[in-house]
Design a protein around this ligand. Structure first.
Ligand code: MG
Length: 229
């Protein structure tokens, strides 16, 4: 029986969608965005979310830097809303990064699952996010206390699905086995990354799109993990 379990953070434990949406709604009010463009807060959030997702892909492939990801996602959002460059709020990117990680919405079942597992397993985090944001999320949401180690890709110098991220996590955890068990939501970064590193994976998803692999269990709710451990 393994005694280490590794979790992804965003979208797996920390409710990225809900927390980002709450933050963007606050920013919409704070910067009075309704006066910059005839765009509702829902439209603003939808435009930003798509642009952010696309830019994150580029960042994962080392095509853009962290700094340009953080400014460009808002600049591009305002541009596609038709806002002139001189009217784009310059510090909104920093404000987002300041506020969002302090939000505390969790994926359903997250806390009770961790409470249940922590008695029998050493729990760890492997995340692709940025160090200061991820540490802030763990602190404000009070998730940090469940985890013995936190491996952050920015620190490793590679992003999941790169095997070095998983190898580093095993070392950080002082795990004796050369493969671990990973629970995550992203097929490419988490699940294929873990399987490729020789690990077993639990894929938290509502839509597995027919994906099947003997090293991957598919779960639609975190609470299902209890039936395996
Ligand atoms: Mg995730």
């Amino acid at each position: 029986m393994p005694n280490h379990l590794f979790f992804d953070l965003d979208h797996t434990l920390w409710d990225f969608e809900a927390n980002a949406e709450e933050t963007l709604k606050e920013l919409y009010e704070l910067y009075q965005i309704q006066f910059l463009a005839p765009t509702s807060s829902e439209e603003f959030i939808a435009i930003y979310s798509k642009i952010n997702r696309d830019l994150w892909k580029l960042y994962r492939n080392h095509e853009i830097t962290k700094a340009s990801l953080r400014t460009k996602r808002f600049e591009d959002t305002f541009k596609s809303m038709g806002v002139e460059n001189r009217h784009i709020p310059k510090d909104i990117g920093e404000k987002y990064v300041e506020i969002c990680p302090t939000k505390t919405a969790l994926i359903p079942g997250a806390r009770e699952t961790l409470e249940y597992l922590q008695d029998q397993y050493e729990l760890h985090i492997i995340t692709n996010g940025f160090e200061e944001s991820q540490n802030k999320k763990l602190k404000y949401s009070d998730l940090g206390r469940y985890f013995k180690t936190v491996t952050i890709s920015e620190h490793v110098g590679k992003q999941k699905p790169h095997p070095l991220v998983f190898e580093t996590a095993l070392k950080n955890a002082k795990c004796e086995s050369n493969h671990g068990i990973y629970i995550g939501d992203n097929l490419d970064a988490d699940i294929k990354g873990a399987i490729n590193a020789g690990w077993k994976a639990f894929w938290l998803t509502q839509d597995s799109k027919g994906f099947a692999n003997p090293d991957c269990h598919i779960i639609s709710n975190l609470r299902e993990i209890r039936t395996y451990f």
